[in-house]
Design a protein around this ligand. Structure first.
Ligand SMILES: NC(=O)NCCC[C@H](N)C(=O)O
Length: 304
């Protein structure tokens, strides 16, 4: 049995699901892209190749091995994108919530049944169909659960809006003892620099009471300020539009002190080291072309 335990983004990691890039199938048609950064690379002829992404994910697997973290991989579905495990399900406390994900991605969950079968069925939750939620938008933080969403009436017109207010309510009902705090994120179906696809694309708490944050990711300045006050401005690493585009907030913590980060994130990695973090650098620039990075490709099951 897997004894789920996740209450934040940075306690010592013990077990995790890491996606796979082995068989993504042919380059998608532009009309089938569901995020603007993938679309940009389809148009430019620079869409990432499976073998390059496999090599990048192998580098992450090697870091997990170094830190004795148990890694589960999805079973292969031929010609299907299974890179971003984060979004298909997520763990809060001892519960695994199966995401009601974008229909284009709904087969991904089938490929982790060998993991789900090892979890007490009482701890597996599936919300009703009207509840849209993807794991990239959900972050437990002690007594809080932070949730990225989009408040606009035009929610349905954004393929980049993946978590609705029904999800915020459903999470509050499921965890009555936690404070569920929602954040409305700026969306763009066409311009990647203006699109905070998920909360983890513009914000992430890390160890030592710090966080990474991108102001323009938030539609409500008051909600952005709430986070800055909550962490304290001196503990916030502010990233600009370009850094958000490259997904600097989407690194991944193995513990309070150890962070896996992309090797080209020079400004971020220098700051992290200056704050006493150990930074394990990996190449992830090819994965990044699909508008996801390290947090997106991992789904933690057990932290201390
Ligand atoms: N948590 C995340 O931000 N996941 C990235 C998902 C990227 C994928 N191209 C998508 O649009 O669903």
């Amino acid at each position: 049995m897997i004894k789920l335990n996740i209450n934040n983004e940075f306690s010592r990691l013990r077990e995790v699901v890491l996606g796979t890039a082995k068989s993504n199938g042919p380059i998608p048609l532009l009309k089938d892209a569901y995020d603007p950064k993938s679309a940009e690379h389809i148009k430019a002829g620079t869409y990432p190749k499976d073998e390059d992404m496999v090599a990048e994910m192998d580098a992450v697997a090697a870091v997990f091995e170094k830190y004795n973290v148990k890694v589960y991989r999805p079973k292969q579905i031929e010609n299907y994108n299974q890179i971003f495990s984060r979004d298909i399900a997520f763990v809060i406390g001892d519960k695994l919530i199966k995401a009601n994900i974008l229909p284009d991605r709904e087969k991904e969950i089938e490929a982790i049944h060998h993991v789900i079968n090892q979890i007490n069925p009482e701890n597996i939750i599936q919300f009703s169909e009207d509840v849209h939620v993807e794991g990239g938008d959900v972050m437990p933080y002690g007594d809080y659960i932070f949730v990225g969403t989009y408040y606009g009436d035009d929610y349905a017109s954004y393929i980049t809006a993946r978590t609705n207010m029904q999800a915020v309510e459903a999470l509050q009902d499921l965890f009555p003892n936690k404070k569920v705090k929602s954040f409305s994120l700026n969306k763009s179906n066409t311009i990647a620099e203006d699109n905070a696809l998920h909360l983890d694309c513009c914000f992430q708490p890390i160890g030592k009471g710090k966080c990474i944050i991108h102001k323009e990711g938030f539609t409500e300045i008051a909600e952005y300020k709430w986070l800055v006050d909550f962490f304290g401005n001196e503990n916030c690493f502010h990233i600009n539009k370009r850094e958000m585009y490259h997904m600097n907030s989407n690194i991944f913590s193995i513990s309070e002190d150890v962070i896996i980060s992309e090797k080209n994130f020079t400004r971020l990695n220098t700051w992290l080291r200056s704050q006493g973090f150990i930074v394990e650098e990996v190449p992830y620039a090819e994965i990044s072309k699909q508008e996801g990075l390290l947090r997106c490709t991992t789904m933690p099951l057990i932290r201390d």
